[in-house]
Design a protein around this ligand. Structure first.
Ligand code: PLP
Length: 409
């Protein structure tokens, strides 16, 4: 059975007039407000810079989760270090018993993530790291906001990292927090240059216009664009389009950024964040982001609560957090997942594991990489888009559809 592809539902936040509404501050702490923070080009750049600050390199080993996207692992290998994959418990925490049973010679650091934006309990891991002299890099790429064991997310790691594109309508951005390397300066970052500065500002508006979110500006901006293109040489005109990364990140019908290869672009890792993205990080009101995401998450939790074949992985949304995605366990995810991708649903799955990952008995991470669909639940999804997402997922996995798919195969 062939369904028509849906109109693009944005995978990530997009600029909307509503971006500037609501209270500036949220009662849920934001990692960007932590002391000793450095804005960076991306989350992956922040991991690379964190490893650099720790002096991790050739001959060292870094503990990383079996459940990952390649952007978490590439910085480790880029530094010449070896990734040592550890299993996850059912709640997403590192299986410390398994780790302790391994030969940990040469292990300098552990990367631990607040998957899906649901804060992990990091106090036990912090104590474990302190006992062994292993550095903790707290990966808050999914958790720009939140509280973990009574402290703001981002304050447990020796260093912590964040990814801005997942929470704000920006084409690039990350953050690096230094909690426990007193007196150590951040690596120096080069200025983005005027062309990149202009392009970032342009991209932010262009993506909003592409999604029709800037009423009153959509037409004039598109008109201005065609006018500019008419007067530019072809090469320069191409530069007026949003960057491929920005399009790829935000159009629902393109492969995940990790789907094509493990060759992750870290070339911009020592570049400072552009002024436009920096302003968005500093001035975009935060309450709407937190509350919007919590509302979308609860909508999905309710919609899939009693659907056979589905299980919300973490049905109870804890207080004081802003989820990145809604993790949905699907008993028989294939081939439905590929159909959802083809239809343009903003859903992803971390099913491309780093080649060295091996099976570990009792590891929940590897089961997640097959069964967990990550549904976008950002603040810029409308109620209609959410309903369409639920309807499509249920339709694709309905028993009649599965029979039809099998028949067609
Ligand atoms: C858990 C986690 N850490 C780090 C990253 C890297 O962030 P960025 O895409 O900003 O480079 C990602 C990206 O998806 C991620 O999911």
């Amino acid at each position: 059975m062939s369904r028509p592809a849906t109109a693009a539902i944005p995978r990530l936040p997009v600029l909307d007039w509503r971006t500037f509404t609501g209270a500036k501050h949220s009662s849920t702490p934001c990692l960007l407000d932590l002391p000793r923070a450095q804005l960076t080009h991306s989350g992956r750049a922040s991991i690379l810079l964190a490893l650099e600050m720790l002096g991790v390199g050739q001959g060292d080993r870094v503990l990383v989760p079996t459940y990952h996207c390649p952007t978490m692992i590439a910085p480790v290998t880029q530094r010449g270090a070896q990734a040592l994959f550890y299993p996850l418990r059912a709640d997403g925490s590192p299986d410390l018993d398994w780790i302790a049973s391994q030969n940990l010679d040469g292990v300098r650091a552990i990367l631990a993530a607040h998957f899906f934006g649901i804060p992990q309990h990091l106090a036990p891991l912090r104590a474990w790291c302190d006992q062994r002299g292993i550095r903790l890099i707290e990966d808050c790429a999914h958790a720009l906001f939140g509280v973990s064991d009574g402290k703001p997310v981002g304050s447990w790691g020796d260093l912590a990292i964040a990814s801005l594109t997942k929470f704000l309508p920006v084409p690039e951005g990350g953050c690096l927090i230094n909690n426990r390397l007193p007196g150590q300066a951040f690596p120096s970052l080069s200025s983005p240059g005027i062309k990149s500065q202009l392009k970032a500002a342009f991209d932010i508006i262009h993506v909003g216009v592409n999604h029709g979110r800037l009423k009153g500006l959509n037409r004039p901006f598109s008109g201005l664009l065609s006018l500019l293109q008419r007067f530019k040489r072809r090469g320069e005109a191409v530069a007026l389009q949003p960057s491929q990364a920005q399009i790829a990140a935000n159009e629902a019908d393109v492969p995940d950024d990790y789907a094509e290869s493990f060759d992750i672009d870290l070339g911009q890792s020592h570049r400072a964040l552009t002024a436009a993205s920096r302003c968005m990080a500093q001035y975009a009101p935060r309450e709407r982001i937190v509350e919007g995401r919590r509302q979308q998450y609860r909508f999905f939790a309710q919609a899939f609560a009693s659907s056979p074949g589905f299980k919300p992985l973490m049905p109870q949304l804890p207080e004081h957090c802003a989820p990145y995605v809604f993790p949905l366990w699907v008993d028989h995810p294939d081939p439905g997942y590929f159909e959802l991708r083809r239809l343009g649903l903003p859903v992803s799955r971390w099913d491309r594991l780093w080649p060295e990952v091996s099976e570990i008995a009792g590891d929940h991470g590897q089961a997640w990489s097959h069964h967990i669909l990550q549904l976008a639940c950002h603040q810029d999804l409308s109620p209609t888009e959410l309903q369409r997402m639920v309807a499509l997922v249920q339709d694709v996995y309905s028993p009649t559809t599965k029979t039809t798919n099998k028949g067609a195969a």
